[in-house]
Design a protein around this ligand. Structure first.
Ligand SMILES: NC(=O)c1ccc[n+]([C@@H]2O[C@H](COP(=O)([O-])OP(=O)(O)OC[C@H]3O[C@@H](n4cnc5c(N)ncnc54)[C@H](OP(=O)(O)O)[C@@H]3O)[C@@H](O)[C@H]2O)c1
Length: 313
């Protein structure tokens, strides 16, 4: 008899009413995959952007689709070609976004996308790390190649990605400016930001000769960021493809980053966490049957860290 599990799925694109809690078959791992019993998942804005169908031209997901692409959990079965992990390992992952996600009691993930979770982090904290921290890592380390002593502006330092970006930029020895509202000033300074700019009151575009801008907002925020950079500076956006003509006119190298799964980077992040150098702040926690509320919180744009779904005890 097929064993069933609970999973939050969509069978069409739209508002939060398309989310349904289904009983579906527990998947079987392929030769290069592991089956993970999910402890916690985390919500990222991409989850509700996919739910709305906004990314369908790019991802072409088949339906029904299980949402959620961040997780912590325990390995409960392994494919026959997997030798990097064993049953019972406590792991975390940002799995392939083109496949079924982690708002489910079990998920199969390619072993190369899975790492042992930081031992000092709770299941909830660990689930909050992969997608947001890999995004910050790949944007700041792989693409912008931030160096010690460089001056960087990180937009939305109080957001999930922004919080990891502040900490990773400081670990590289950069000087960090960040935008947020007054409510979050203490939060971003505690994470290590050197200066917090209240974007409701102050004009961040008065900053000059920066080395790097990390754009997590797009629109006017990106448009007003060009003039803050020095010639030869770098702009990395994770929300909107930067205009190459404007970049050329300003002598700036501009990039778009779309985060990719990466086991080695998850291992390096776990080391930072266990060394006490990287913190995860949790904004709120929900049960698997409360995903709609969790999406509502994420869609508000006011989250102050990770939104967690507690899947199993
Ligand atoms: N390309 C990729 O691979 C990738 C990966 C991850 C995320 N993303 C995208 O990156 C964006 C950020 O993701 P996230 O998870 O960090 O979001 P998030 O956690 O939901 O961000 C919420 C934070 O943004 C701040 N904020 C909102 N508007 C702001 C503004 N105009 N200026 C400064 N801060 C502002 C809010 O602070 P206040 O309440 O103080 O305003 C809040 O703390 C999303 O659009 C997401 O889809 C892309």
């Amino acid at each position: 008899m097929t064993e069933l599990m609970k999973a939050v799925q969509i069978n069409g694109f739209g508002d939060r009413s398309v989310l349904v809690l289904n009983d579906i078959a527990i998947p079987t791992p392929a030769e290069n995959e592991v089956l993970i019993k999910v402890k916690s998942a985390s919500v990222n804005p991409v989850d509700w952007k996919i739910r709305e169908g906004y990314l369908q031209p790019m991802l072409n997901h088949p339906l029904p689709l299980t949402l959620g692409w961040d997780l912590s959990g325990e390995v409960s079965a392994i494919g026959k070609n997997v030798d990097s992990l064993k049953i019972g390992d406590p792991v975390y992952s940002r799995p392939d976004i083109s496949k079924n996600g982690s708002y489910a009691e079990y998920i199969t993930v390619v072993a190369d996308e899975v790492a042992i979770k930081p031992s000092s982090a709770s299941w909830q904290e660990a689930a909050g790390i992969p997608l947001a921290a890999l995004t910050a890592w790949q944007s700041l380390y792989d693409i912008a190649n931030v160096q010690a002593g460089e001056r960087i502006l990180i937009h939305a330092g109080s957001g999930a990605v922004g919080q990891f970006a502040i900490q990773l930029a400081k670990l590289r020895g950069a000087y960090v400016y960040t935008t947020t509202s007054a409510t979050n000033t203490a939060l971003v300074l505690a994470l290590g930001a050197d200066q917090s700019i209240d974007y409701h009151q102050d004009d961040f575009s008065e900053l000059k000769d920066l080395d790097v801008v990390f754009d997590t907002i797009g629109g006017d925020t990106q448009a007003n960021s060009w003039k803050t950079l020095k010639k030869g500076g770098r702009l990395v956006s994770i929300v909107e493809n930067p205009d190459e003509t404007i970049a050329d006119e300003n002598g700036i190298s501009a990039f778009f980053c779309f985060v990719q799964p990466n086991r080695k980077q998850l291992e390096a992040l776990a080391e930072y966490v266990d060394a006490g150098q990287l913190t995860t702040n949790i904004d709120s926690e929900y049960a698997l049957d409360q995903v709609a509320n969790a999406h509502e919180r994420s869609e508000s744009g006011r989250a102050q860290g990770k939104i967690i779904i507690n899947v199993s005890p």
